[in-house]
Design a protein around this ligand. Structure first.
Ligand code: UGY
Ligand code: MN
Length: 247
């Protein structure tokens, strides 16, 4: 969508935010070189996690040494060689990885223009439960299920649904006209990237037209609802904190 001079669809508030690609300003992030990196969401916005957008140039590299952060990454376009903990694979568009806290990860040997989004969060261990393992996989191989029985809203859960994980990342695909069945209000936060298509997102008491490339932060208890519009299906990737009642 073109943005009129001096105008933007973006909004940043205490409980939700919408950023469009027209708003992006790059930051330097340790471990990411030969790249344009945008910190889309982090504590400064009010979130308890960070979401980054990384666009790698020829010879660019992204990675971080073992530390207290866990990292989930999803490749939107391009590809390269990914390592996470002891896992290693050649990856392309639609692939994702999970590097637990205490394990290093890297993306090297990239095709110029490779783009990925990262979600990072401090891990909250669960007493008596072993920490999660590293994962590299192709989202095309993850089976989707109709959300609450609705075939117009298909949900792919990318990470294992196990108590060891304190975050989840899913892909929602909606047929045109498909929508969330009700206005959700929940304690979990979301960081969301529109992967395809367009629609209208209700956030608190505002309705936003959204399209591919837009990013949304939904804080705890942010009322939320989505309807897909247009001629093609809409898809979004989203983060949520899970499996911990108090921390
Ligand atoms: O998992 C979720 O909370 C999801 N249904 N929320 C959303 O798509 N905004
Ligand atoms: Mn939700």
């Amino acid at each position: 969508m073109p943005e009129l001079f001096g105008h933007t669809r973006a909004h940043v508030g205490p409980r939700h935010a919408l950023l469009t690609p027209h708003n992006h300003v790059a930051s330097s992030v340790p471990g990411i070189t030969g790249a344009t990196t945008v910190i889309l969401i982090n504590e400064a916005m009010g979130a308890k996690f960070a979401q980054l957008l990384v666009t790698l140039a020829d010879g660019g590299r992204a990675g971080q040494p073992a530390g207290e952060l866990q990292t989930f990454g999803y490749v939107m376009s391009g590809g390269g060689t990914l390592a996470a903990g002891k896992e290693k694979a050649k990856v392309g568009a639609g692939w994702f990885f999970y590097a637990p806290a205490g394990q290093a990860w890297s993306l090297t040997g990239v095709k110029p223009g490779t783009q990925l989004t990262l979600f990072q969060k401090k891990y909250v261990p669960l007493p008596g439960v072993a920490a999660p393992r590293a994962i590299i996989a192709d989202s095309d191989k993850v089976k989707g299920t109709p959300f609450l029985g609705d075939p117009a809203a298909n949900l792919q859960v990318l990470l294992p649904d196990e108590p060891a994980f304190d975050l989840a990342v899913n892909i929602f695909a909606y047929q045109p006209g498909g929508h969330l069945p009700f206005v959700e209000i929940h304690v979990m936060e979301h960081g969301l990237l529109m992967l395809d298509g367009q629609g209208v997102y209700r956030l608190e008491d505002a309705w936003y037209p959204v399209e591919k490339g837009d990013v949304i932060w939904m804080g705890p208890y942010c009322p939320q609802w989505f309807v897909a519009m247009g001629k093609q299906p809409a898809r979004y990737l989203y983060y949520k904190d899970v499996n911990r009642a108090a921390f």
